[in-house]
Design a protein around this ligand. Structure first.
Ligand code: PHE
Length: 470
């Protein structure tokens, strides 16, 4: 069977940007930036994106396009031994498991969207509403809808499914984001939020903050999850990988900045005297507990209907972002199963979908409903739920490990000259350029080193309760 392809470089850029732009850019980034030095954080974040993440991104895309394979196939074909094949397996299982927790969060977002549309914003803004919602039965209806939509997109394949959805959803997402930014700027005290976001405070950039910024950049660009290897395997040979990679990285940073200009002005117009400590710790707290209150407060100006409209608009925006990310992450195991076993897309979707539904239901039940799942394990001095365990193992721990192994694989196993040759196809100026030297050097030296340090420190912090670095 001929491998499916994106119709053009733009098709790939939109699909990869769809993967990159997610809850991370829209919510986690503004929360982190506002707490950790504003523009100073932004500058460091952009620096990490272009100097550390971009080379990894180019490596993944090239590996995919060269082998025309999913990550497991790519590691197996070039690695030629059992150890590398195991790494290939990790690159397929990781996105599958991250997909499980990302699906649960996407379902929550969809639920909040549905409830705002149905006029229940006042309920969402009530103090215990989130806790009640995540343990409600209606959650499973929302889960069915989200899974249905994701399947529908993936069933369409690369061009008619993934690319088409991205071509529709991504431009809408950009327009909605800009419209919301313009709207919040008209609110009283919005400028306080802009100032808060944009005034740099370099003394806040501690080692811990920098580690957080790098982890955020890495996650946000969908690295080390096999996504860019898989999407890379659908890129045409004459497309310019460097150009496409820069576009995706740039779009991701741009959306993160715009989102800061949306969320912080909204927070400050709600309460101009807000203190740093009152800003929610996590993006989950921000989206599901803090923002509904802010939206509801808008009713003083624009009435309940207006406030519900703005809330729905915002949740729709986040939902689009999350859906395209979810699609990209599930495509990895789907593609692996299709390549590896020669089964049809539909069969792969049903098999993996079934397993994913079971695990997602278990995750959804692990917030207090079922004792076994809610207190699954205890490590690092804390009790952990099934959801926490999946998050800690796959997102926090294996992601940097996969990144580390990928760098070693590309530079020392596949070899630099093969990487260069692949990137040079469709880019005649790459060979001999400063970028080429930088990519080769960084991927073989300090990038894997940094990822290895993060990995070791994460294991020690999470599982043994001892932070070695900070
Ligand atoms: N880039 C996504 C985000 O920022 C992260 C992600 C990508 C998660 C793909 C899952 C799948 O939210």
């Amino acid at each position: 069977m001929k491998r499916e392809q994106f119709s053009s470089s733009l098709g790939f850029v939109l699909a990869a940007a769809g993967s990159a732009v997610g809850i991370g850019n829209l919510v986690a980034f503004p929360v982190m930036a506002s707490k950790n030095g504003g523009a100073a954080f932004l500058i460091m974040y952009a620096f990490f994106v272009f100097f550390i993440c971009l080379p990894v991104m180019l490596a993944e895309m090239s590996l995919g396009r060269h082998t025309r394979q999913n990550p497991l196939g790519a590691y197996t074909e070039i690695g030629q031994n059992r150890a590398w094949r195991t790494v290939g397996w990790m690159s397929v299982i990781t996105p599958f498991m991250i997909g499980v927790f990302y699906l649960v969060i996407t379902v929550w977002i969809f639920g909040y969207l549905a409830k705002s549309v149905m006029g229940q914003l006042n309920e969402l803004a009530a103090p215990d509403s989130f806790g009640v919602f995540i343990n409600s039965n209606e959650l499973f209806i929302y889960m069915a809808v989200v899974i249905g939509l994701t399947f529908l997109i993936l069933q369409g394949g690369v061009k008619q499914g993934i690319e088409k959805a991205s071509r529709i959803l991504m431009p809408m997402l950009f327009i909605m984001l800009i419209a919301l930014v313009i709207y919040v700027m008209t609110l009283d005290n919005a400028m306080l939020g802009v100032k808060f976001f944009l005034i740099p405070e370099f003394d806040k950039l501690t080692g811990k903050v920098l580690n957080g910024a790098l982890a955020q950049a890495f996650f946000s660009l969908s690295l080390a999850m096999g996504i860019l290897i898989t999407y890379g395997s659908y890129i045409q040979k004459n497309n310019n990988i460097v150009h496409a990679g820069k576009m995706v990285a740039g779009l991701s940073v741009l959306v993160a900045c715009c989102s800061g200009l949306l969320i912080l002005p909204a927070v400050f117009s709600f309460n101009p005297d807000i203190q740093l400590s009152e800003l929610s710790e996590s993006s989950i707290g921000m989206i599901f507990m803090f923002l509904p209150k802010i939206f509801l407060a808008l009713q003083a100006d624009i009435g309940y209907f207006g406030a519900s409209f703005i809330a729905s608009f915002f949740f729709l925006l986040v939902f689009f972002a999350a859906l395209t990310s979810l699609v990209s992450i599930i495509e990895v195991p789907v593609c692996s199963l299709m390549d590896g076993k020669g089964v049809s897309r539909r069969a792969a979707l049903y098999t993996l979908g079934g397993a994913m539904i079971v695990l997602s239901v278990i995750s959804a039940l692990s917030f207090g409903r079922v004792e076994l799942f809610s207190n699954l394990l205890s490590y690092g001095g804390l009790d952990k739920s099934f959801f926490d365990v999946v998050y800690d193992i796959f997102y926090e721990t294996i992601l940097p490990l996969n990144g580390f192994l990928l760098c070693l694989f590309v530079i020392y196993r596949w070899k630099k000259h093969n990487l260069d040759a692949e990137i040079s196809q469709g880019n005649s100026t790459f060979a001999g350029s400063v970028l080429q030297k930088y990519v080769n050097f960084s991927l073989g030296t300090f990038i894997p080193l940094i990822l290895a340090v993060i990995f070791v420190n994460t294991v020690s912090t999470i599982f043994f309760g001892k932070n070695l670095l900070f």
